[in-house]
Design a protein around this ligand. Structure first.
Ligand code: ZN
Length: 242
């Protein structure tokens, strides 16, 4: 089965539609979402509706949690806070109810799925470096761990010798005895200096993981953000992908 993985949509409908079209074109049979459907962007309800329509399930992300009334954490910066206040004002009760019901973790198809880290998902820590990967590896037993949250795609492999290394690749087929940590990147606000929307495909039979990068109409999203009073900084960073 070909599984399409999306995450960190961040209320960016244009990017989400572009990614779903590409996943359809590549034969994805099931779509799942690793969270952060809302926050930052101009169309939270549209994105929640599209995820509900197209994804088999979604996880809870930190922005989803903030949007439905969990305390605003100290660590978020001024732009993120302004966007979150906007999101809270504009999110429909129906979307909020859906977000409130989302789980932190899912397991199945030989993988564990989490928004931030399998170590302690409610703490929203980042898995960004090799050290982070090594640290979380004892907190799951499946061959593959899919996560997101950093907005940067990453593949980390543990081979037979037991050591993890970061792979400089955009696809990889897992062999028996190996383990993989996959950061699926961000649909709606990539931060790896490539503005194209990011998603991933996982073939559960061949156990091949590949990243999908899709251009979309960034200008249209920026226009909506500025018209709706969202911070200019957040609109402009979409052009740079950082
Ligand atoms: Zn995010």
């Amino acid at each position: 089965m070909k599984l399409g993985l999306v995450s960190d949509v961040h209320s960016n409908q244009e990017a989400l539609r572009a990614v779903l079209d590409e996943l359809d074109r590549r034969g994805a049979e099931k779509i799942v979402c690793l969270g952060d459907i809302v926050g930052y962007g101009p169309e939270p309800d549209e994105c929640v509706a599209l995820v509900r329509e197209r994804a088999a399930w979604s996880l809870l992300g930190n922005h989803d949690a903030m949007a439905v009334g969990q305390a605003m954490p100290e660590y978020i910066n001024l732009h993120a806070r302004r966007a979150m206040e906007w999101t809270r004002r504009h999110l429909s009760p129906e979307s909020a109810e859906y977000l409130r019901g989302l789980p932190f973790v899912k397991r199945g198809d030989g993988a564990v799925f989490v928004h931030s880290s399998p170590r302690s998902p409610a703490d929203w820590s980042y898995v960004a470096t090799l050290e982070d990967v090594v640290e979380i590896s004892e907190f799951f037993s499946e061959p593959v761990c899919f996560l997101a949250h950093t907005h940067r795609p990453m593949l980390a492999l543990r081979e037979g010798d037991g050591r993890f290394r970061i792979l400089d690749a955009d696809r990889f087929a897992l062999k028996e005895g190996e383990r993989l940590v996959v950061n699926v990147g961000s649909v709606g606000q990539p931060r790896d200096n490539d503005p194209r929307a990011t998603a991933a495909l996982f073939d559960t039979e061949s156990r091949q993981v590949s990243f999908v990068r899709v251009p979309y109409d960034v200008g249209a999203v920026q226009k909506k953000m500025l018209e709706r009073g969202l911070p200019e900084f957040l609109a402009m960073r979409l052009s740079r992908g950082c």
